[in-house]
Design a protein around this ligand. Structure first.
Ligand code: MN
Length: 217
């Protein structure tokens, strides 16, 4: 038995719809600019997918609410389809996630050619709904996000430049993708700011919805 200096942190996990077991999360990979219109609004044309990551403990689950983060005046929402990797190394389930982003820090990092960790991988930056095990939702399924009842993002999964399976194949050329990994597959157009008190509802047809309220600091 390993003797730890102090008790190790708990393994982050996702609830699974209709099951008592939780999905143990190993790490979170995210793909950037994977919807053509969002890539255009960010100033990019179709290109090879690129990845960044969030720490597994950036997950926020089970209806928890994020606190407005420090060090930003421009917190953005990005609704995303999340793929969950099972023991065979393939996608076994799907969830609705939100890639919370300190857009001002991301812009500064892009300007200076610096890493995105503080812009993307901060605490509570990955609210995620319950996992649904099984086949990919209908590729024509709607993906949408509302803030205080107003639609901000609305698209279809087949607006993706790279499909979830293609994203996984690309990820495998870069990492030894393993059971417990999550992949956030990018966001449709309409990303925008959140302020404390905002109520966010994120949905993908066929999956458990995600909702949270941004808490003041
Ligand atoms: Mn994103």
């Amino acid at each position: 038995m390993t003797q730890w200096l102090f008790p190790p942190a708990q393994t982050p996990g996702l609830p699974i719809a209709g099951r008592t077991e939780r999905f143990p999360v190993r790490r979170i990979l995210c793909v950037g600019q994977n919807y053509a219109a969002h890539a255009r609004e960010m100033g990019h044309e179709r290109a090879e997918p690129f990845f960044f990551s969030k720490p597994a403990d950036a997950l926020l689950t089970d209806g928890a609410h994020p606190t407005y983060p420090t060090a930003t005046g421009n917190l953005h929402h990005e609704v995303e389809l999340v793929c969950a990797i099972g023991e065979d190394g393939d996608i076994i389930g799907w969830a609705v996630g939100c890639d919370l982003t300190r857009r001002d820090l991301q812009a500064a990092a892009k300007d200076k050619g610096r890493p995105w960790d503080a812009a993307k991988g901060f605490d509570q930056s990955a609210p995620c709904g319950a996992l649904t095990l099984g086949a990919l939702p209908d590729p024509a399924a709607a993906i949408a996000l509302t803030v205080n009842g107003q639609t901000r993002q609305s698209g279809r999964l087949d607006d993706m430049v790279w499909s979830p399976v293609e994203v996984l194949e690309k990820a495998r050329t870069l990492w030894d993708v393993q059971a417990g990994d999550l992949i956030f597959t990018g966001t449709p157009e309409g990303v925008g700011p959140l302020v404390p008190g905002d109520r966010v509802e994120a949905m993908i047809a066929g999956l458990s919805p995600l909702s949270f309220t941004v808490r003041p600091r």
